[in-house]
Design a binder for this molecule. Sequence first.
Ligand code: TXA
Ligand code: MG
Length: 334
Amino acid sequence: MQNNKEDIARAGKILRGGGLVAIPTETVYGLAANALDGLAVAKIFKAKGRPQDNPLIVHISHIDQWDALVSDIPERARALAQAYWPGPLTIILPKSGIIHDEVSAGLDTVAVRFPSMRTTRKIIDAAGVPLAAPSANLSGSPSPTCARHTMDDMRGRIDAVLDGGECNFGVESTVVTLATPVPRLLRPGAVTPEELREVLGELEIDDAVMGQLKEGVKAASPGMKYKHYSPKAEITIVKGTLDQFVRYISGTGERENTFALCFDGEEEKIPLRCVTYGRQDDPLTQSHRLFTALRELDEQGAVKVFARCPSTDGVGMAVYNRLLRAAGFSVTDA
Ligand code: TXA
Ligand code: MG
């Protein structure tokens, strides 16, 4: 389906009727269903092959829709919404009685996001209900950032894909929970920890954000414990300068189907086939490119990949978090 009035109305009708439509947002494509219909939501898990214990984000198109979804909206939540909604930020609060267990995966909280992309909001309006939507990839694959990637994963599994072009940010929203005594960042995104602290004052960063949860530790955000964003290729993140990177890969002796995932303009210096993911000094270009680059590595038949390490400042934290999971936490110092 195309990004026009008629198709948006059709998408709304399918969603209202309990169907599944993949929709564009400013972060990544989402696989949407009526958030208030438990049967429709259950279909999302089936289409994605998503583990049942991983809860979904509920998307709204007007701030007033938030009240009915949560038990109470504390002052600090209002302030956060005021500052960064609509936008790439998801806020978790204790849920209200209308949230089915399918959405919250049995937790007593619910994640809500008010997206900034106008097309997304028009689709929610057309559906006339809040939409539960995880990223529209098969569970474990990189999130889709364009309609073609969405189709590659979801063909034959859902009712429709609405093509809204390339996603602006390219990584999923920042997830913060306010259901804890101190606000806690569960997933980094385009709204940075510094920006959250400006409004909240205090913010804890969950252990799962920058590292791997230890065996037996319960994940605050169930999604963070799964292997994620993974291309078929085996990725190793190599820390250090470009020169150190080049020296390191020269010493590994691997060539056949070995690739470098590097920054724009570095290809000439690297004696491997290269896929680039944005400018070294600009994390927004990296977030925009990363998931597409991971899919390109698969398309080109990469078996082994050495990746340049991004800075973890600002939006870079989100880029590093996703790359770390794509690499299965394999990091080495050059
Ligand atoms: O940008 C985004 O957030 C995209 C677009 C489509 O809006 N959606 C997205 O959804 O990334 P998903 O399902 O792929 O990721 C949601 C993350 C998961 O890690 C999940 O475990 C966590 O949010 N989450 C959802 N509800 C939660 C809750 N009640 N408590 C803790 N974590 C929750
Ligand atoms: Mg996802």
